[in-house]
Design a protein around this ligand. Structure first.
Ligand SMILES: Nc1ncnc2c1ncn2[C@@H]1O[C@H](COP(=O)(O)OP(=O)(O)OP(=O)(O)O)[C@@H](O)[C@H]1O
Ligand SMILES: [Mg+2]
Length: 249
């Protein structure tokens, strides 16, 4: 179980303190899928980076399975059971996709295991396994490889920041199936940050973050209608910050 209590995060902007997250509290139960959505610039990726230990909060507490991990460095959080896929994955010059998968798994993987992982994100191992995971890969290819690195190992909780971004329709369907399987197995909790209706509707619970605050959080059946009120599948949370969240406020 993940418990997040009263997180706040500020940055220095033009010599003054700007608040990015304020008093963010929520929890994720074992095996639960929480989807975080909300307007661009609301603070979702910042929150994900704080959970992974990339950013350090000004105040608040993060507790994973009863252990306070607030001050734990990134590598220890990974060992404690958190997996993370960035909204914009980093590139690794001079490192092959195969090596990246081995490192992510924390052990040597067989050819078949690498192939299965790449197939699960719609990539053909023959074409990609010996390529460098660098800037020569397209955005969608790198995004899918990064997702495969998170899937390479069991985590107690996996955080995927906009897994749909830049991914084609065919690979997206495969990815959805993979998330559904993880969710069904209940062996890992999932935090999916997304604007995509198909992802949002899979959630057990939805949390809307807007302007650095938890705008609403609740069961999917209760929050969904507020998000998609008459916009034919276009999430109201995509509206401009300050434009208000349709029906959520
Ligand atoms: N280091 C920083 N310095 C200044 N502003 C920052 C910094 N990091 C984040 N921000 C600002 O904090 C806000 C939240 O950013 P964040 O990336 O968390 O938003 P988001 O909810 O993930 O948005 P999106 O849906 O576009 O991915 C934005 O307005 C962003 O410009
Ligand atoms: Mg983001």
């Amino acid at each position: 179980m993940l418990q997040v209590e009263h997180l706040s995060y500020d940055v220095q902007e033009e010599g003054r303190q700007a608040e990015i997250l304020s008093d963010v509290s929520f929890s994720v139960k074992d095996g639960e899928m929480l989807v975080i959505t909300g307007p661009n610039g609301g603070g979702k990726s910042t929150l994900a980076k704080i959970l992974m230990g990339i950013n350090q909060p000004m105040s608040g507490r993060i507790v994973l399975n009863g252990t306070d991990i607030t001050n734990m460095p990134i590598d220890e959080r990974a060992k404690a059971g958190i997996g993370f896929a960035f909204q914009q994955p980093p590139r690794f010059k001079g490192m092959t996709v195969r090596r990246l998968l081995h490192l992510a798994a924390g052990r040597g993987l067989s050819e078949d295991e690498c192939c299965d992982l790449l197939s699960s994100v719609g990539l053909c191992a023959v074409e990609y396994i010996d390529r460098d995971a660098d800037a020569t890969l397209s955005g969608g290819e790198m995004k899918r490889i990064e997702i495969a690195t998170v899937l390479a190992k069991h985590h107690d909780i996996c955080i995927f920041d906009e897994p749909e971004a830049g991914i084609d329709l065919w690979s997206f369907s495969m990815l959805i199936k993979r998330f559904e399987q993880i969710h069904k197995d209940k062996k890992e909790s999932l935090i999916l940050i997304s604007h995509q209706e198909r992802i949002i509707q899979m959630a057990d619970r939805i949390m809307v973050i807007s302007d650095g605050k938890v705008e609403s959080v609740g069961e999917t059946a209760a929050i969904m209608p507020q998000l998609f009120s008459g916009n034919e599948g276009v999430c109201a949370c995509r509206q401009q910050k300050g434009g208000g969240l349709c029906g959520v406020e």
